[in-house]
Design a protein around this ligand. Structure first.
Ligand code: IPE
Ligand code: IPE
Ligand code: MG
Length: 246
């Protein structure tokens, strides 16, 4: 039996965010280069994307490259960028077939031109798709995003388009790169690290956090089901007491 059969269809998270971590360690365990781990991680991306779409998840956000990852050795950055180009070229048809829309969050202007062009093409082509949105966080960090939002809001105030007293939580949310989607209800991080690493700090305010020691290249649909099952069996109180939310 699969954990999938135990899942409550009424309580499916609309938005799941993932920190795909552990590629390097996975490769090292087998005496291979770290880049081999990244290549192997693509299988996990495909399986989990398919699994999430089958469950009716509306948005799946994957942390693929952080602002801080620019500090890695050039060799690894180059390998990740070419893997990105290859994968987008190869998988756009699969996204079309599965009716999945591609989107990105992050400072994509900082990506190499080739990567940016491939991404823009795939985003445009898949923009007609409606089943699920796959969001890749690329050159993303939450502090970058919040800083950008603050600048934009300050500018609107300066230009007289926005009154300071009219600034609400919604004003901030609407200036974040994720403004089109609901906040994630569930955040999954693989590899055993139990930190957020500058990911969706505002959006994860009330998300359920799920950590697994599985390394990303080993993560599959079945692991996704387990994470969702775990999520569905938690009591989300949002500051209230148990009796109020029952
Ligand atoms: C996650 O795996 C992928 C990226 C950050 C691009 P890592 O490359 O961080 O692998 P570990 O954590 O070093 O094992
Ligand atoms: C977070 O993983 C970023 C991505 C998965 C893309 P890292 O491996 O870069 O994070 P730290 O260094 O463990 O915090
Ligand atoms: Mg890591």
């Amino acid at each position: 039996m699969s954990t999938k059969d135990l899942l409550n269809k009424e309580k499916m998270p609309k938005h799941i965010a993932v920190i795909m971590d552990g590629n390097g360690r996975w490769a090292k365990q087998q005496g291979k280069l770290r880049t081999f781990g990244h290549q192997s991680g693509v299988t996990a991306v495909k399986d989990v994307t398919e699994g999430a779409a089958e469950l009716g998840v509306e948005v799946l956000t994957l942390y693929a490259f952080s602002t801080e990852n620019w500090n890695r050795p050039k060799f690894e950055i180059d390998a990740l960028m070419s893997l990105l180009v290859q994968t987008i070229s190869k998988e756009t048809e699969t996204l079309m077939k599965n009716n999945i829309r591609l989107a990105t969050i992050g400072d994509t202007d900082s990506l190499p031109t080739g990567v940016k062009e491939k991404l823009e093409k795939a985003i445009a082509k898949t923009s007609v798709n409606t089943r699920m949105t796959l969001v890749l966080a690329l050159s993303y960090s939450s502090r970058w995003e919040i800083t950008k939002a603050v600048r934009e809001i300050a500018n609107e105030v300066k230009e007289g388009k926005l009154d300071i007293d009219a600034i609400t939580e919604n004003t901030i949310s609407s200036h974040l790169t994720t403004s089109a989607w609901p906040d994630p209800e569930l955040m999954i991080r693989t590899s055993g690290e139990t930190r957020i690493s500058n990911y969706l700090l505002w959006q994860l305010a009330y998300a359920e956090l799920y950590f697994t020691t599985k390394l990303w290249p080993d993560f599959r649909k079945e692991d996704l089901y387990e994470a969702i099952y775990n999520y569905q069996n938690r009591e989300r109180r949002f500051g209230m007491i148990s009796e109020q939310v029952k």
